[in-house]
Ligand binder design. Structure first.
Ligand SMILES: NC(=O)c1ccc[n+]([C@@H]2O[C@H](COP(=O)([O-])OP(=O)(O)OC[C@H]3O[C@@H](n4cnc5c(N)ncnc54)[C@H](OP(=O)(O)O)[C@@H]3O)[C@@H](O)[C@H]2O)c1
Length: 241
């Protein structure tokens, strides 16, 4: 039901964390996967965890990231736009650099990659596009205003494109993780009192693992998910409630 044999998939930000777990799950389901990150060493280290994976190093902050990645991957069937950067600053201390970097990597890159890869999917009448959002679409952290706003903008783009692409067999969905144990959160969660505070906000009362996102991703990528589009699916132990 979730067989992806013969499909090509690019997962951005897959050198670690949620993206790496997604890449491993897609490879296990039979897809040929491309591993992306901006750091070549991390990308090459990640290849060891994903049999048959191909490196696709590219900094998504670049306006021409679509063209660069297309030069490596060619046409693909599945795009998971997952990479992001996150800066903590109070609302009145956000710098232009922080603004630009988060908007470019977290929002513009998703659009650029869809502009690059969707035409082939639309022509072939089969394609899967998933963006990774965040529980912050609903519950923004006070010191991550731009990060949260970019994730919310991304959902709006997903809904816009899902309607336009549906007649062509191309689904577009967003997954919105809550708190997932990845390298991004290592330092913050090492602080026991902060971790306790975080856990208090999660009805399931535990922190998720990257693999908790994989069932949903596999469903959306496979034939079983063909009738699901324009959705915004929280994977958060109830945190958004
Ligand atoms: N973990 C959570 O609790 C959580 C919660 C809500 C939403 N999310 C979302 O889930 C997604 C994955 O999060 P994660 O926790 O797995 O993140 P992570 O551990 O910080 O990993 C981020 C990945 O993105 C890549 N990346 C970052 N900037 C990049 C750039 N400019 N160009 C290309 N690749 C770049 C990183 O590789 P390099 O370092 O080599 O660039 C890495 O592979 C993100 O969109 C995040 O916003 C995560």
């Amino acid at each position: 039901m979730f067989d992806l044999t013969g499909k090509k998939a690019l997962i951005t930000g897959s050198s670690q964390g949620i993206g790496l777990a997604a890449a491993a799950a897609l490879a296990q389901a039979g897809a040929k996967v491309y591993i992306n990150g901006s750091n070549p060493e991390k990308v090459h280290a990640a290849l060891e965890n994903v049999p048959g994976a191909v490196p696709a190093v590219c900094d998504l902050g670049q306006a021409d990231c679509g063209a660069i990645l297309y030069g490596i991957t060619g046409n693909i069937d599945i795009l998971i736009s997952n990479a992001s950067v996150q800066y903590r600053s109070a609302w009145d201390c956000i710098t232009d650099e922080e603004f630009d970097r988060q908007i470019h990597v977290n929002f513009r890159a998703a659009l650029k990659l869809i502009q690059t890869y969707a035409p082939y999917m639309l022509e072939r009448k089969w394609g899967r596009i998933i963006t990774t959002g965040s529980v912050q679409q609903r519950k923004p952290h006070k010191d991550m205003l731009i990060y949260a706003a970019a994730k919310a903008a991304q959902v709006n783009m997903v809904q816009n494109l899902a309607k336009q692409f549906a007649p062509f067999g191309v689904t577009v969905n967003n997954i919105a993780p809550g708190v997932i144990e990845t390298p991004r959160n290592d330092a913050a969660l090492a602080d026991e009192s902060y971790k306790k505070q975080v856990l208090n906000g999660i009805p399931a009362s535990y922190i998720g693992q990257p693999e908790d996102c994989c069932g949903q991703i596999l469903l959306l990528c496979s034939e079983a998910g063909r009738y699901i589009t324009g959705e915004d699916i929280f994977i958060d132990g109830g945190m958004q409630l």
